[in-house]
Write a protein that binds this ligand. Structure first.
Ligand code: ADP
Ligand code: MG
Length: 243
């Protein structure tokens, strides 16, 4: 479903992604862990071309792109394959929860408003927010806002959802309601890539864990292999610092 080969990204002359190779199967949940500054966000952002890579190929669900030579149409197609959930939700403040969820359906997908509203209401129900449909983001808790942003990501029916530290900005008591929604998606075989510092959660939902440091994938494997029994000193050092 997702195949990345020799992906490179530099900011100025700093190499932030150094030859990343990645394979993700349909329905797989992949957790990316690693120290701050290791390139986790940049990797997610390159997958949907929010950042322009400096080399390598990205293939998502039959859309294949040579990052050094592609047409804007191919970039558009590639972007359609995934949806992103950000740490700080990034909702439109002047739109209600429902309007946020259906915005892309109306603007990009040119869907009729009645149809979009029906889909939007169903999605809000799925994340437990049917009663908050008409509320503006400022009147919602952080956990509720993040659940709206997950409903918004689901609205475009992406082939994979990319989460960048979805619970890092939340007060501790709000983390679980968001993780619960992600758990449900995992149970429904949604393909997801999740950058997270929640090791317990990663162990529970991830089929595969990737440890990144200094722009490289240092190690990948099952949660047991990488989180519980890593023999890599760099991984061990990172995990020790978390506790
Ligand atoms: P992580 O998400 O693992 O914390 P990032 O992908 O955000 O790491 O950042 C990787 C490196 O790239 C860091 O050194 C960061 O400072 C740098 N970086 C990220 N975005 C930019 C940018 N827009 N301009 C310059 N440097 C950046
Ligand atoms: Mg980051």
């Amino acid at each position: 479903m997702i195949k990345v080969r020799n992906l490179k990204k530099q900011f100025g002359n700093v190499l932030v992604l150094n030859d990343i190779n990645l394979d993700i199967e349909k329905g797989e949940v992949v957790a990316i862990i690693g120290p701050s500054g290791s390139g986790k966000s940049t990797l997610l952002r390159c997958l949907n071309l929010l950042e322009e890579p400096n080399g390598g190929t990205i293939e998502i669900n039959d859309v294949k792109l040579d990052t050094l030579n592609y047409k804007s149409r191919d970039a558009y197609q590639l972007r359609q394959q995934t949806a992103m959930v950000f740490q700080h939700y990034n909702l439109f403040k002047n739109k209600t929860a429902l309007q946020n969820v259906i915005e892309a359906l109306i603007v990009s997908k040119k869907m009729k408003k009645e149809n979009a509203i029906q889909i939007g209401e169903e999605l809000l129900k799925r994340v437990g927010l049917e009663k908050q449909a008409k509320q503006y983001p400022i009147t919602l808790s952080g956990g509720q806002q993040q659940r709206v942003s997950i409903a918004r990501a689901l609205a475009v029916k992406p082939h994979a959802i990319l989460f960048d530290e979805p619970t890092s900005a939340l007060d501790p008591e709000l983390v679980n309601e968001v993780l619960q929604v992600i758990r449900q998606l995992a149970d429904q075989d949604t393909t997801m890539v999740i950058v997270t510092h929640e090791m317990q959660f990663a162990k529970e939902v991830a089929d595969k864990v990737i440890f990144m440091a200094d722009g490289k994938i240092i190690e990948q494997g099952t949660p047991e292999q990488v989180i519980d029994h890593s023999e890599n000193p760099r991984t061990q050092r990172f995990l020790r610092q978390l506790v």
